[in-house]
Ligand binder design. Sequence first.
Ligand code: CP
Length: 326
Amino acid sequence: MVQTLALNETLKNRSVLSLMEWSPAEIQRVLYTARVMKQEPHSPAFRHALEGQHIALIFELPSTRTRVSFQVAVESLGAKAVVFEWGQSQLGRGEPIKDTARVLSRYVSGVVVRARQHETLQEWRQWASCPVFNALTHRMHPFQVLADVLTIWEKLGTMRGVKLAYVGDGNNMANSFLVLGAKLGMDIWVASPEGFQPDADVVRWATQEAALTGATIHVTQDAKEAAHQADVVVTDVFSSMADDPQMTNVKKEIMAPYQVNAPLMALAKPESIFLHCLPAHRGEEVTDEVLEGAHSVVFDEAENRLWVQKSVLYHVLADSSAVLGG
Ligand code: CP
């Protein structure tokens, strides 16, 4: 059976820097479309949705999953990806973003950017006349958490009310879970050491948003309290690529008590799942036993990057006349 999906017109031509600006209904629509795309990977309904379009993928920081999954998503919708490194373009020699963004907007219909600073993405959005998609900044990783909640929905059958314990560095992943969890009515716990907790303004924002959606938001320094009876346990590397490299060893020492290991997983529900956006540093933020263990769904999670990105690109960039049944 070929399913076609009406485009969500409120997402048309929208940039995606974080999910703060999205409504719960828009998020659910994108997740539903991602599931349909995954169930019917060869459906002709989506194959030509972006035909004739070009999308630039620009990386200031290394990437494996994001680079490949975005390229595959773009091309499986009938568009072409133009992938290049920041440092190998004139950006690396100091050409201003405001010039580059206006030039690329004449060539492509969307720009996917991975950058160290979130302000870099804001500058791209300010100057580009096409949608800009955040492929990770030090503050937000929106496509990763969309993939994560799709995985939760697939594995647990629901997102609302699910207790998610993020344990470790209060980084872009912690911020992004606070945002998406607040939107979707989840029970979000972030356990991080003092000085490495999520951004205070994001915690405040998520707490206010939670009052509207029925979500609950907890930020603690106690990893065991967070993991107790959790449905989902998540972590990320102790030192991110967007961090100051001089902090790497300091952070590793401070974060050591926040490792996700078998004793910590034993506090979660027996049917709980373990998520990690990858790449993982085995023996640091997670043990090999947990990463390779029965609770771990990290490769399904990695696969879901493809489906959520394909879905978002479809809703943001497809022309309804190019969509079968549209
Ligand atoms: N999870 C993630 O963003 O992976 P990459 O850094 O490989 O893109």
